[in-house]
Design a protein around this ligand. Structure first.
Ligand code: 6CS
Length: 330
């Protein structure tokens, strides 16, 4: 055998003997096991591992294992974690433009319109995506987790009911301003501290989608749930940009395809989760449920209106483009 052929044969045989290289992708959540984010990550893992045939293994880190939302976002920015959920409710100080998701009464209650815009909006994936990118975050998906519901020691039917109410919010500055506009005293704190703060009467109220109110047991320590349909709870899936851009093209394509598959999956799943958990809350507790009328919602919407201008002040020219772009897409 000619030496060059022998060398090629040797190299090929050595290659065959090598263990295939496995890539580990970490996916960190802001929610516990059994949540909407957990369902998303489990399906992401399943689809990625199946499509890459063992080349990629996804490890899921539920809320608490890697710290608060702010900690997890930093871990994505510095590459310690490849994928994570980053809720705009916590991200506002880092990416001011993301606070468009804090604007009460901006988003329509038409679920199909929400689904369409959140899965493919050029404004969100283009303009907002660039704002994320400037802060070392790649925006992969915008995820609707269900409409926010106020829970409190009282019914919240008019802005006057918010007078002096200590309501726990996530930490984005515009969210706090939104509740101040109703006359409340918003108190930001990490998700994991809310139950005990309610139990110890350090706060009177909090706001979250139904599935979260159930799985975090907030309903146990509150008297009334008020449905105002003022804001969908939106989270975003982010990745470390250098990691994503450094992936071989087929793997990047896999991430893109899996995201598209998950858009419909999670939209339907959150609706089921929220409906089932509301039924469970009704069975287990004696919490009162209040749904605002159109007139009652209007009184809140009037107070919330000026916040749009405030958003543009905080998020600048790009914020204005996001707001106008979204208004045009719905
Ligand atoms: O209220 C919060 O802080 C959290 N709520 C939900 C439903 N998901 C993540 C977020 O951190």
């Amino acid at each position: 055998m000619r030496p060059i052929l022998a060398l090629l044969l040797l190299l090929a045989l050595a290659g065959c003997g090598q263990e295939p290289q496995t890539r580990q992708w970490r996916f960190a959540l802001e929610e516990i096991e059994g949540s909407v984010q957990h369902a998303y990550a489990k399906r992401f893992k399943e689809l990625v591992e199946k499509r890459t045939d063992g080349e990629v293994e996804v490890a899921i880190y539920p809320y608490g294992s890697l710290g608060t939302s702010a900690d997890v976002t930093e871990q994505v920015q510095n590459g310690a974690v490849e994928f994570a959920f980053a809720s705009p409710g916590h991200l506002g100080a880092v990416v001011p433009e993301s606070q468009v998701f804090s604007l009460h009464f901006l988003f329509p209650r038409d679920e199909q319109a929400l689904q369409r815009v959140f899965s493919e909006s050029p404004t969100l994936y283009g303009v907002l995506g660039q704002a994320y990118r400037d802060k070392d975050l790649a925006l992969l998906a915008v995820v609707h987790e269900g409409w926010m519901v106020w829970t409190a020691d009282r019914a919240l039917k008019t802005p006057a009911d918010f007078d002096g109410l200590k309501i726990r919010t996530m930490v984005s500055p515009l969210l706090l301003e939104a509740y101040r506009a109703y006359g409340a005293n918003p108190t930001p704190m990490p998700y994991g501290e809310v139950y005990s703060a309610l139990q110890l009467n350090m706060i009177d109220a909090q706001v979250n989608p139904v599935f979260a109110i159930e799985e975090m047991s907030f309903y146990e320590v509150q008297e009334v749930m008020t449905f105002a349909d003022h804001l969908p709870f939106v989270s975003t899936v982010v990745a470390n940009p250098a990691f994503l851009e450094g992936l071989p093209r087929p793997l990047r394509e896999t991430v893109r395809e899996v995201k598209a598959r998950l858009d419909d999956y999670i939209f339907e799943l959150q609706a089921d989760y929220n409906a089932e958990r509301l039924a469970r809350i009704r069975e287990q507790g004696d919490i009162e449920i209040v749904r605002l009328t159109a007139d009652q919602r209007r009184a809140f919407a009037e107070r919330a209106g000026p916040l749009r201008q405030r958003y543009v002040e905080l998020a600048g020219e790009r914020g204005r483009r996001i707001l106008e772009g979204l208004e045009g897409e719905f």
